[in-house]
Design a protein around this ligand. Structure first.
Ligand code: IFM
Length: 442
C-alpha cells in the first residue's frame, strides 16, 4: 500500500506528464490510437440549456422566484429553438455521426391533459434534420427540466410520477421513435446524490428548500420538487421512483418501436482510493450510494457514462486537490484518465454496452479543453482496445449555454455564442476535436 505522500507524488507526476503540450506522435504511428470503424462521434446539447423560453417548465419557475439559487434566468438561451438547423450544421461540420439533444416535456405536454402536436412536429423536424445530415439522433426524453404542473404535484417525490412520465414517453415515442437512433429516458437522474457526496454545503441545500417553497407558493402547490433541485431528505424517496420511471418510460418507448435502444445516463465521479483500507471502503460506499441501484437495472440497452472530475479517497476522507493538478472553472480536479476509469468500472459492473453520452470541461482556457479532450480520448481508445465495448463519444457541449444555477458564467462549449445576436463561433478546441473525429484516431 502506498502512503498519502507517495500517492500525491504519483498523482502529480501523472498529471504533470499528461499536461505536456499535445503531441501528435501517437496519432502518426500506424494503427495506434485508432477507434473502431463504426465508432459514433458527436456533440450534445439539452433543450432547456439552449432552446430558450421554456416557459412552462419547472426550471423556468425556479429561475424566476425569490429567493432563487439561479445566478440568472435562462431567457432566450442560445435561441436554438429557432436556430436548430445552424446547430445541426455546426455539429456536422465537426465530422460528427451523431447529435445528442433533448425533447422538452414541458413544451410537448404544457398541461396535464394536452399534448402539443406543433411541438411534436418541431422535434420531428429536428430528427429529420439529423438524418438529412447523416447524423444519428440521440434523444433524451428528460434532461432535468419537467413541466411546471408535474413539479407542482411533487415531482419525483410523488408515487404517480413514474406513470405520468411513461404516459408522456408513449405519446412522444408514437410520433418520434421511428426516427430516433438511441433514446435516453433520463439524463443524470443520480445528480443530486452525487452533489450530496461531493459535499454541497448545508446553506445551499437550505437555500434550495427555500427556493422550492417560493415556487410552491407561486403555483399554489403544497410541495414543489424537481429532478435536479430537491430537498436533501427526499433523495432516497426519489431514487426508486426515478428507476421505476426509467423502466416504465423505456417500456412505453419500446411499445412504439421494440428494436430501439433505450438507456439512461449517469453522472459519474472518478472515485479513486489511495490504496488504504479506509480509502477502499470510502470508494466502495460512495460508488454504491451514487450508482448502486442504477447499475443493478437490467432493463436498459446501454448505459450513458458522463464524467467531469475526479475525487481521491483516503483513510482521512477526501484528498484535497493537489496544487499542481489540473482544475476546471470550479476548482475541481480534472484528470484525463478519469473518463476511461468510469467507463471501465461501469462495464465491469454491468456488462452492458457503454456510450459516453457526455464528457467535457468547464473552463475559460480553450487550450486546456483541447488538451483534456485529446488526452481523455487517448485513454478511452486504450480502454476500448482492451475490450470494453464503447459505442461512441459525445462531447459536452456543442455551444456555450445555460449552465443551470451558474447561468451563463461557466463555459463547456466547442463554440461561443453571443447572447445578444446568437452568433456562434468555433473555438480552436472544436478544430482539434474535429481532427480526431475525421481521422477516427488520437
Ligand atoms: O450542463 C450539464 C449537463 O446538463 C449535465 N451534465 C453536466 C453538464 C455540465 O455541468
Amino acid at each position: 500500500m502506498i502512503n498519502r505522500r507517495q500517492f500525491m507524488a504519483l498523482a502529480s507526476a501523472a498529471t504533470a506528464s499528461l499536461s505536456m503540450p499535445i503531441s501528435t506522435a501517437s496519432a502518426k504511428s500506424d494503427g495506434a490510437g485508432k477507434f473502431p470503424e463504426d465508432f459514433i462521434w458527436g456533440a450534445a446539447s439539452a433543450g432547456h440549456q439552449v432552446e430558450g423560453n421554456n416557459v412552462n417548465s419547472d426550471i423556468w419557475l425556479l429561475e424566476n422566484v425569490q429567493p432563487t439559487l439561479f445566478k440568472e434566468p435562462s431567457g432566450d438561451a442560445c435561441n436554438s429553438f429557432e436556430l436548430w438547423e445552424t446547430d445541426l450544421d455546426l455539429c456536422k461540420a465537426l465530422g460528427s455521426s451523431s447529435y445528442r439533444f433533448s425533447i422538452e416535456w414541458a413544451r410537448i405536454q404544457p398541461e396535464p391533459g394536452f399534448y402539443s402536436q406543433a411541438m411534436l412536429d418541431h422535434y420531428k423536424r429536428v430528427i429529420e434534420g439529423c438524418h438529412k445530415r447523416n447524423m444519428i439522433p440521440m434523444v433524451s426524453f428528460n434532461h432535468f427540466a419537467s413541466p411546471k404542473w408535474f413539479a407542482a404535484m411533487g415531482g419525483w417525490t410523488n408515487p404517480q410520477a413514474p406513470q405520468l412520465f411513461a404516459d408522456y414517453c408513449r405519446r412522444a415515442a408514437a410520433e418520434l421513435a421511428d426516427g430516433i437512433g438511441y433514446a435516453v429516458t433520463f439524463n443524470e437522474p443520480n445528480l443530486l446524490r452525487l452533489l450530496k457526496v461531493i459535499g454541497l454545503p448545508p446553506f445551499v441545500w437550505d437555500m434550495q428548500g427555500k427556493m422550492l417553497d417560493a415556487a410552491a407558493k407561486a403555483v399554489n402547490s403544497d410541495y414543489v420538487s424537481c429532478l435536479n433541485a430537491a430537498r436533501i431528505e427526499d433523495l432516497d424517496t426519489m431514487n426508486p421512483l426515478l428507476i421505476e420511471g426509467h423502466k416504465l418510460g423505456r417500456k412505453a418507448i419500446k411499445s412504439e418501436r421494440s428494436a430501439l435502444d433505450v438507456g439512461f445516463t449517469l453522472a459519474m465521479l472518478d472515485e479513486i482510493s489511495d490504496g488504504s483500507d479506509g480509502g477502499n471502503k470510502a470508494r466502495d460506499e460512495m460508488r454504491d450510494y451514487n450508482y448502486g441501484a442504477w447499475l443493478a437495472v437490467q432493463e436498459t440497452d446501454f448505459i450513458g457514462v458522463q464524467n467531469y472530475e475526479r475525487v481521491v479517497l483516503t483513510d482521512d476522507g477526501k484528498l484535497p486537490v493537489p496544487d499542481d493538478a489540473q482544475r476546471n472553472h470550479a476548482g475541481r480536479w480534472v484528470e484525463p484518465t478519469s473518463l476511461a476509469n468510469c467507463v471501465e468500472y461501469t462495464y465491469r459492473t454491468t456488462n452492458k454496452p457503454i456510450i459516453v453520452t457526455e464528457h467535457g470541461i468547464g473552463t475559460e482556457n480553450d487550450q486546456q479543453r483541447e488538451w483534456f479532450i485529446t488526452e481523455s480520448l487517448r485513454h478511452l481508445q486504450q480502454t476500448i482496445q482492451n475490450g470494453v465495448p464503447v459505442k461512441g463519444y459525445i462531447h459536452w457541449t456543442l455551444l456555450d449555454n445555460f449552465e443551470w444555477v451558474s447561468g451563463y458564467t461557466e463555459h463547456f462549449g466547442l463554440h461561443t455564442v453571443d447572447l445578444q445576436t446568437f452568433e456562434r463561433k468555433q473555438k480552436p478546441s472544436a478544430k482539434a476535436y474535429s481532427r480526431i473525429i475525421k481521422r477516427n484516431r488520437v
